[in-house]
Design a protein around this ligand. Sequence first.
Ligand SMILES: CCc1nc(N)nc(N)c1OCCCOc1ncccc1N1CCC(C(F)(F)F)CC1
Length: 166
Amino acid sequence: MSVALIWAQARGGVIGAGNTLPWHLPEDQRHFREATSGSTVVMGRATWQSLPERFRPLPGRRNVVLSRDAGFEAEGAEVTDDLAQALHCEASAGTVWVIGGAQVYAAALPLADEVVVTEIDLDVAGDAYAPALTGADWALAGTDPAEGWHQSANGLPYRFRRYRRM
Ligand SMILES: CCc1nc(N)nc(N)c1OCCCOc1ncccc1N1CCC(C(F)(F)F)CC1
């Protein structure tokens, strides 16, 4: 069972603003859905609360929410305060996907084997940032066949990048 982080970032590593995604990129939503469907997803409480109602819990996935509040109620999800336990629980076959937010990415990165990043060529203000991937630890794997940038239907340039731990 492997641990992977998945996020979408704008220029400068911006991943969020006020607990929302400061862009609309359906191609990324499809990419995220296809990557994580059928697997376990682990997220922080704020990310859980930021999910639109119809995606809470994320359908077809085991949802695990990290919270220090043992009494936190997350209908359709499991709540735990133990990240390591959430990532390595035996019940999760296949890949466990860490899906946000910034604090959880930072805590989970040292435990991860893979990072899947959607880069968006967009300058936008944000208050949450992706962790830096140091060149010493992470190598670009199987670059997107198109290598370069795609253009989304609403005009946003984006590309998918996959990094494997060295
Ligand atoms: C997609 C956003 C996204 N992209 C990548 N590459 N990595 C992520 N870690 C990620 O954040 C998932 C949790 C936050 O997600 C949302 N936050 C606000 C609004 C909407 C959502 N989405 C819409 C699509 C939905 C579907 F299930 F269809 F994918 C999931 C919830």
